[in-house]
Design a protein around this ligand. Structure first.
Ligand SMILES: C=C(O[C@H]1C=CC=C(C(=O)O)[C@@H]1O)C(=O)O
Length: 393
């Protein structure tokens, strides 16, 4: 029988969950709560995400465990199926911050080798080709990503990276999801795909970005520049419209602000829209809603099918669980699903880091390359590496 415990809202309780995390587990820390799922009472994989959500609801209804946790890939057609686990043991605690600030950072040994995939210049070329394809094939937006393969002669610890990510990102959805073969998807995303609590649903789509700067004047200027950038508002509007269109049939009421707001992570400025709604049917679970929304134009594009084709054509790697979604759902159908960005797939002695950006007809290839470098910084920082380290590759 699966075991579930609420361990209180004290700082010690949430920090204990972080300290007990191992690379096979599921972990999620948000502004509101900390969750650790360990062991496997049941595991479900399915390339069809809607069917997976139904199978998960049935398993939860059978009482196998009170909660299911897991990850959906960017594109299950690439051969990576959605993967859900009903943990043997689920532990919940209150939010981690600010108590975690007092903990020392954990050391991640320096990499022995690193290789951008593709070469930076080739990513800029791909962006230029994407801009031309948007025009020729009638797309409004596509999201192109690049990867960074990093090797560690002496091994790399997902636990240490997660620890530092939690410390660095108090407002983030900081996650780790165990994957087959002892690998783990570890990251800290600013973006909530969907949360459901009772009738209330919330989505926090993010699109439109500029890097933060260590210089306060430049930093403020970047924020202001983003807020007045026509190109970024177009990129954002395509996303917000798609989220609203998908949620509308499920909701009797939707609240959508007219303009996006400016928000920040420690490494990026973004445009974000807070969309809230009231569900018509309480039987529609958080996972079912996440499966309906995914892939949004924050990580794929519009129209979805054409954008997905363009991604496959222009990116020389498979995204796997990057640009998918990670989260949990319980027997009541409540849950929380973050977009799996600002993350890395971590193995024993190597990891692959990912970063992407939305391309619209107004996009500049070199600025887009810069943007992906800035987005890598979330993980680089957790690995103890300065952003300048990228320029040496
Ligand atoms: C695809 C990523 O970010 C998305 C989320 C926020 C802003 C984005 C942008 O401005 O391009 C991206 O759509 C990523 O970090 O890999």
């Amino acid at each position: 029988m699966a075991d579930s415990s609420a361990e209180g809202t004290t700082a010690e309780a949430s920090i204990r969950l972080l300290e007990d995390y191992t690379a096979r587990d599921f972990f999620l820390a948000t502004e509101n709560a900390t969750l650790l799922g360990s062991g496997v009472a049941a595991a479900l994989t399915d390339p069809d995400e809607i069917r997976l959500s139904q199978r998960v609801a049935t398993a939860l209804g059978d009482g196998i465990a009170p909660i299911a946790v897991g990850a959906l890939p960017f594109d299950s057609a690439e051969g990576t199926p959605g993967r859900m686990v009903l943990p043997r043991r689920t532990r919940r605690a209150g939010p981690m911050h600010p108590a975690v600030d007092a903990l020392p950072r954990r050391r991640v040994a320096p990499p022995t080798n690193a290789r951008p995939v593709p070469e930076p210049r080739r990513h800029a070329d791909a962006v230029a080709r994407a801009v031309a394809a948007l025009r020729d094939r009638g797309l409004r937006k596509v999201v192109l990503a690049r990867a960074l393969d990093v090797e560690f002669g002496g091994g790399v610890s997902a636990e240490a990276i997660l620890h530092n990510l939690v410390k660095d990102n108090p407002g983030g959805y900081t996650f780790a999801a165990g994957l087959p073969g002892g690998r783990a998807l570890v990251g800290s995303s600013p973006e909530l795909l969907l949360s459901r609590r009772g009738h209330r649903v919330v989505s926090l789509p993010h699109a439109g970005s500029l890097p933060r700067s260590a210089d306060p004047v430049t930093d403020t200027e970047n924020g202001k520049a983003l807020l007045s950038s026509r190109k970024d508002h177009i990129e954002h509007a395509v996303l917000a419209e798609a989220v609203v269109e998908t949620l509308r049939p499920f909701c009797r009421k939707l609240d959508v602000p007219e303009m996006p707001e400016l928000v920040s992570t420690p490494t990026m400025w973004h445009l974000r829209t807070k969309i809230t709604g009231e569900l018509v049917d309480r039987d529609v679970t958080a996972l079912r809603l996440a499966a309906a929304l995914h892939p949004t134009p924050a990580i794929c594009g519009t129209p979805t099918g054409l954008a997905r084709e363009l991604v496959t054509e222009l990116e020389p790697f498979e995204r796997g669980y990057y640009a998918g979604t990670v989260g949990w759902v319980n027997a009541e159908g409540d849950g929380e699903w973050a977009v799996s960005i600002r993350c890395a797939e971590v193995g024993n002695s190597a990891l692959r880091l990912y970063a992407g950006g939305g391309i619209v007809p107004e996009s500049d290839p070199w600025a887009e390359l810069e943007e992906t470098s800035a987005k890598f910084a979330t993980l680089l920082r957790a690995m103890g590496l300065p952003r300048e380290w990228l320029a040496e590759l």
